[in-house]
Design a protein around this ligand. Sequence first.
Ligand code: PLP
Length: 426
Amino acid sequence: MKAYKELGKEELLALREDLNKQYEEAKAKGLKLDMSRGKPSSAQLDMEKDFLGMVISDADVTTETGVDCRNYGLLDGIPEAKKLLADMLGVSPDNVIVFGNSSLSVMYDTVARSMVLGVLGNTPWCKLDKVKFLCPVPGYDRHFAITEQFGIEMINIPMSENGPDMDLVEKYVEEDPAVKGIWCVPKYSNPQGYTYSNETVKRFAALRPAAEDFRIFWDNAYAIHDLYEDKSDDLLEILSECEKAGNPDMVYEFCSTSKVTFPGAGIAGIVASAANIAQIKAVMTIQTIGYDKLNQLRHVKYFKNIEGMRAHMMKHAQIIRPKFEAIENVLSEELGELKIGSWTKPVGGYFISFDAMEGCAKEIVQKCKEAGVVLTGAGATFPYKKDPQDSNIRIAPTYPSEEELRVATDLFVLCVKLVSVEKLLK
Ligand code: PLP
């Protein structure tokens, strides 16, 4: 098949008629499928039966330091859980605080704390005329929702396979004191599945911010979420890089076990320098007497150590990998030569990012919806839900079954073709 752009008008008209017929037939099937959010499938959740059924007996309720997990205490988490999350990210347990069930709420609190109370003695952001965040795009919609809610101005920074455009990041961070933060998903990014290169991490660590209270919001949500045993991306550990570069306090790193055990019922953590940890703990002590230590203990007893956790992630990978590969196969077979879209081929994480021809994403998502397949809203991967090119679509392969995914991807491909032909005929 020739690239669509090389087709003449008559050929495009005939193609449109044929594609429209196929679309009406697909619509008549009354599909009801969801490829919108990065959620584990029920097969993955079923895999956690042993975890779900894990009862902590009376004999087991104390930490290795002798603290009873049924009672108040240990504001920053049990030592065993700190070690587990520290090993997950390659840092020291001293730099970890274990929170409750969601890293997103830790990120929200971190922005809220900076707004209301300020960062390490600096003026609270809410007292400043202007606060700005850099947002690598496409990115995670819920990050952008947090900064939007607090009235923080968001600035798009283009992403490449190596991470955000660091020339631009350096320019904004080093020249504008109103720039207080940047959202990063450094490994298997949401939605592209890109991992920041060593050079990118080093350039981050070496930033010389105009604002003393500038912070990198390093959301390492997919730190151990590899799809393959024999090929995975490596991410340089940022906290020690920042320390080496003379910027020990510049980063807040976030993580959770949401996609290791259960989303909404895992444990979350923050990683930061001693000074940042001290400030966060001082605020936390007003906010809570402590998080759910029994759940922390359950995680530790279930995995035992980081090796146990990694082995467990390979079981997830066995379920997820064929879904990523099925999508890749359909996309390259059906669209490979048509030059109406490009997409990423990640070796980990939860998403594939698809770029349609400019001005087509909204219409593709709408057409899929009308035929019963829900995708993440077009534009959602950009601040203010505004994709300037109207081209990016996030595909979340994990939730549907393999069979459902094939049907949904076929429909997606059909809609991409139809909308592209219509665009070329305009
Ligand atoms: N960060 C990223 C990049 C995500 O993709 C997600 C969920 O999709 C989250 C955070 C949410 O994490 P949690 O469940 O720990 O709040």
